[in-house]
Ligand binder design. Structure first.
Ligand SMILES: *[C@@H]1O[C@H](CO)[C@@H](O)[C@H](O)[C@H]1NC(C)=O
Ligand SMILES: *[C@@H]1O[C@H](CO)[C@@H](O)[C@H](O)[C@H]1NC(C)=O
Ligand SMILES: *[C@@H]1O[C@H](CO)[C@@H](O)[C@H](O)[C@H]1NC(C)=O
Ligand SMILES: *[C@@H]1O[C@H](CO)[C@@H](O)[C@H](O)[C@H]1NC(C)=O
Ligand SMILES: *[C@@H]1O[C@H](CO)[C@@H](O)[C@H](O)[C@H]1NC(C)=O
Length: 559
């Protein structure tokens, strides 16, 4: 009962207030003076611009009222509005059409808000704007045409923002600047224009050259509120005033290297040095063949304002580290690179270079578990795990080639790396890949044989021919090494049998078409001697199917 009357009472009081002041807003005050009616809302909790603002205001001041946004047509029902003060709110967003129908607006004050950018085209709606106060916001960019629609401005305050780099064109493109320059000959033709640009974190590199020159050349009728503009970076220029610095034009990087052909003994620590000259400071990157699997640390130092040195440290040089290292420097103007070749000194000139490391008998029986971690359209990624006494010092050799070719390519891999990718495989080819400890020859259990397939039905798509079927003889993955012998013969039979199985599987698969595909292969893999050949192959799932259709079929599913 009470609640009902309380509610009724509140409603009546509220109606009374809004009736009694039908032209003012609750929580605000309205005044009349010679200029017209003003609305003043201070420290209210309105949070957003009220939709029911009476239409006859000349001046609106809503401050400290937690406004967060200036939506489209915020004040479009107050077309006579000339002064709009929205200081000390939390406005972070200003709609491009937020000033719609404010053709008489002369003052917009947005001090102490959270704007990171301003839609400058919004000022197309306010051609009479004279005062624009944006100080204490978070503006970090001023586009070249920012001031294009502000021809009547006499006061622009951008101080205490986050501006770091702006082009002098911002001001050169300002219609008012062009008029002012012409009118300066006929003194007194234009009123003064005050610009507040101080207390921004100006980054005084070559990009600011034009702007710094502009601020120095500024003369009445344009006046800087505070002409002591200060740099905050780069380090060498921090805390310097604009009038104390000389800036040069921007420059594409130029790279060089004191040494471009480095020869070091195995195990040495190598340091590659790249010198870069450029403005502004370029980003420097190193590229080398094993970067994906083995990243080295590069450190950068400034030699002077525009010369930088980058050093790539290769700890304890391995054979795999030989080759070409490219240092590339890049800034917004362009890039440049230099090549450095790293060789390993060897007393033994025979090729391939074998490291003179004694074969440790304790490691001779070390067990390497090897498997194919990933199949790509063109190749495979190999992974291995080795139980060795000193993993930080143990390097590996990958022996890779066609199965029946006695000569295999050897790739040396440094310690700490346990994967390697092979690409550009040929279709319908049987390959063997082995991973051995140091420079040991391959032993059983350290090799994987696989066959790349060919999808005859989709022969046109040549580059997508590869299906890889992996045959792991003697189940090296599942049982300790040496448990099963995997002779050359056994391998052949494994492969042959597997290829047969694979064909059967494909036929079976085709017969099944849209039917249940799960486990089709598992049901084929049943007889006893196949236990020696652990094979892995496509286990079709719906997702893979749809991929296959779009890609033209890269079918093998690998564990
Ligand atoms: C805008 O200002 C002009 C000139 O002061 C005035 O004639 C016009 O009525 C004003 N517009 C509105 C919508 O009040
Ligand atoms: C680099 O140095 C090695 C050994 O000093 C030499 O054999 C090789 O020809 C040099 N390469 C170039 C491109 O100068
Ligand atoms: C290579 O650098 C490491 C660490 O900085 C150091 O312990 C090692 O002694 C250096 N090796 C050589 C051959 O200088
Ligand atoms: C280097 O510049 C050339 C054009 O000068 C461009 O084609 C190439 O992509 C750039 N390279 C990098 C890494 O930015
Ligand atoms: C660096 O070597 C690569 C590969 O040989 C070559 O394409 C490139 O033009 C070389 N760059 C320079 C700057 O010599």
């Amino acid at each position: 009962m009470d609640a009902f009357y309380v509610t009724l009472h509140i409603t009546l009081v509220f109606q009374f207030i809004s009736f009694g002041s039908s032209t003012c807003l609750f929580g605000c005050s309205c005044t009349d003076d010679i200029l017209g009616r003003s609305l003043l809302c201070m420290e209210t909790s309105m949070g957003e611009i009220p939709v029911d603002i009476p239409h006859d205001f000349i001046k609106i001041r809503i401050e400290k009222s937690h406004l967060t946004e200036l939506p489209r047509g915020s004040f479009s029902k107050v077309p006579a509005l000339e002064f709009l003060w929205l200081n000390f709110n939390e406005i972070a967003l200003m709609n491009m059409k937020s000033l719609e129908r404010l053709a008489n607006l002369t003052e917009l004050r947005l001090q102490g808000n959270k704007l990171t950018s301003v839609p400058w085209t919004a000022f197309q709606d306010t051609p009479k704007l004279k005062i624009l106060d944006l100080k204490h916001n978070h503006l970090d960019v001023l586009p070249e045409h920012a001031l294009r629609y502000l021809p009547a401005l006499t006061y622009l305050d951008l101080s205490f923002n986050q501006l770091s780099v702006i082009a002098k064109e911002v001001f050169i493109n300002w219609p008012l600047f062009q008029i002012a320059e012409k009118a300066w000959a006929k003194e007194g033709m234009v009123s003064n224009v005050v610009l507040g640009l101080h207390d921004n974190p100006w980054l005084c590199d070559c990009r600011l050259k034009g702007f710094v020159e502009f601020t120095r050349s500024v003369s009445p009728p344009i006046i800087l509120m505070n002409s002591y503009l200060m740099c905050s970076g780069p380090a060498l220029k921090a805390h310097k005033f604009f009038h104390e610095i000389q800036l040069k034009s921007c420059m594409r990087p130029v790279t060089s290297a004191p040494e471009t052909n480095i020869t070091l003994p195995l195990g040495a620590n190598a340091t590659l040095t790249c010198l870069v000259k450029g403005r502004p400071e370029p980003t420097i990157q190193w590229m080398y063949s094993l970067k994906i699997i083995r990243g080295f640390v590069a450190s950068q130092t400034n030699i002077d304002e525009e010369t930088f040195s980058s050093q790539l440290l290769i700890p304890s040089l391995h054979l795999a580290d030989r080759g070409l290292y490219t240092c590339t420097a890049n800034n917004f103007i362009g890039n440049s690179s230099v090549n450095i070749t790293v060789n390993i000194a060897s007393s033994d000139s025979s090729l391939p270079l074998l490291p003179p490391v004694p074969m440790l008998s304790s490691e001779e029986n070390a067990y390497i578990e090897i498997h194919i971690a990933k199949q790509t359209v063109y190749g495979i990624t190999l992974e291995w795990h080795a139980a060795t006494e000193n993993p930080a010092e143990t390097w590996f050799t990958i022996h890779f080639g066609k199965y029946d070719s006695p000569k295999k390519e050897m790739i040396y891999i440094g310690p700490g790396i346990n994967s390697y990718s092979v690409s550009n495989l040929l279709p319908v080819t049987k390959y063997e890949v082995c991973v051995t400890l140091k420079n040991h020859p391959p032993r059983e259990g350290q090799c994987i044989v696989f066959v790349t397939g060919s999808d005859i039905s989709e022969m046109e798509q040549k580059e997508r021919l590869i299906h890889i079927i992996v045959i792991v003889c003697a189940m090296v993955l599942a049982v300790p090494v040496g448990m099963y012998a995997c002779t050359t013969e056994a391998r052949f039979s494994c492969v042959d049998r597997f290829v047969d199985l694979w064909r059967m599987h494909r036929m079976h698969d085709e017969n099944l078409q849209e039917g249940a595909r799960q486990g089709t292969f598992d049901s084929l893999q049943a007889t006893s001697d196949e236990a020696l050949c652990k094979s892995s192959m496509e286990k079709p799932t719906k997702r893979r199917r749809s991929e296959d259709k779009s890609k033209g079929g890269s079918a093998a599913y690998l564990y």
